[in-house]
Write a protein of this length. Structure first.
Length: 319
């Protein structure tokens, strides 16, 4: 956690930046805003500036209402940015049928849960705050069993189930991805007395400010502890949904074959932080502690139709 010990000089610089930013908010003042915050960074130090903005983000009151606003505002936009909806009603409905029993394990029944098949050949899936999930068609081509696809959906469900998006937004890594204008808007929150709550500001301008960093967050993965929590939830969902818990880590083993060991790129499923091998080991350890739940015989609904459209690749194309 960044030090919360603002010196008088730091407070004065913050107030000065806020006052100037408030006066410029109505016009095209990006260069001037860069100069304002740039001067503050020069006098306080870049790290202190980031700490200041991160402190402001941590102080915001984020809850389910904000999750729902983000889900409503970003879902279709992020689908479009990811490649668009896959143009097959049969495949879309098959994925929804397959996912429905998994989504029904959620304790957050009030969320408008939905899942979409994205026309993208990369091996990825993502979840927005508010219960909106997406699976890339490229991922389904590398799932050899229903358990592998179920693990992916369970993992992504966990990110929405446990409000990982809101938690990650208070992380310094998220703050670093904010534009200068985004930092300026956070400063305004404090200068106008609205720093205690974000509710009421997640409209128009603020949604635009946060869109890029949130898209990066949901498609590239979360912090190590949040990824571990999402992985652990796979086993819980498998027990509730009738899947063989011993197969919970299978898809991550596939990812280890698909992605070279020293690859630096990340997704919401593969990352070097935490390493995929370490994640498999943790899931395996959890599986050993769990008593086997009931297992539903036969393939889940929707699986056969998905495999008709996306047969499993026999040879992996390494990244």
């Amino acid at each position: 956690m960044p030090p919360h010990d603002p010196t008088p000089t730091r407070r004065a610089l913050l107030a000065s930046a806020a006052a100037a930013a408030a006066g410029l908010a109505a016009g095209p003042a990006a260069a001037q805003l860069d100069q304002i915050l740039g001067q503050a960074a020069g006098q306080m130090g870049f790290g202190q500036t980031l700490n200041t903005v991160n402190d402001l983000m941590k102080g915001m009151d984020l809850g389910e209402a904000e999750e729902l606003v983000m889900a409503e505002s970003y879902y279709e936009r992020f689908i479009g940015q990811s490649g668009g909806r896959y143009n097959s009603r049969k495949a879309q409905e098959a994925l929804k049928r397959f996912a429905q029993p998994i989504l029904q394990t959620s304790q957050r029944r009030g969320l408008p849960w939905d899942i979409v098949l994205v026309d993208n050949d990369t091996v990825n899936a993502w979840a927005l705050p508010g219960g909106k999930l997406a699976v890339h068609k490229g991922l389904i081509r590398y799932t050899a069993t229903p358990e592998e696809l179920a693990a992916v959906i369970s993992h992504e469900l966990a990110h929405a189930e446990f409000s990982h998006g809101l938690k990650q937004m208070k992380n310094k890594a998220f703050t670093q991805n904010l534009s200068t204008y985004g930092k300026q808007r956070l400063v305004e929150q404090v200068s106008t007395g609205r720093g205690g709550a974000l509710a009421g500001t997640l409209t128009g301008e603020m949604l635009g400010v946060l869109e890029g960093p949130i898209f990066e967050m949901v498609t590239s993965g979360y912090s190590q502890d949040l990824e571990f929590e999402a992985d652990a939830h796979i086993v819980s969902v498998f027990k509730l949904g009738g899947y063989d818990v011993s197969k919970a880590p299978d898809f991550f083993r596939t990812m280890m074959q698909l992605v070279p060991e020293k690859t630096q790129a990340t997704s919401s499923l593969y990352s070097t932080h935490p390493g995929t091998k370490k994640r498999v080991e943790r899931i395996e350890k959890q599986v050993k502690k769990e008593k086997a739940g009931f297992v539903v015989p036969g393939a889940p609904v929707g699986w056969a139709e998905l495999k008709q459209s996306f047969p499993t690749r026999k040879n992996f194309r390494r990244a």
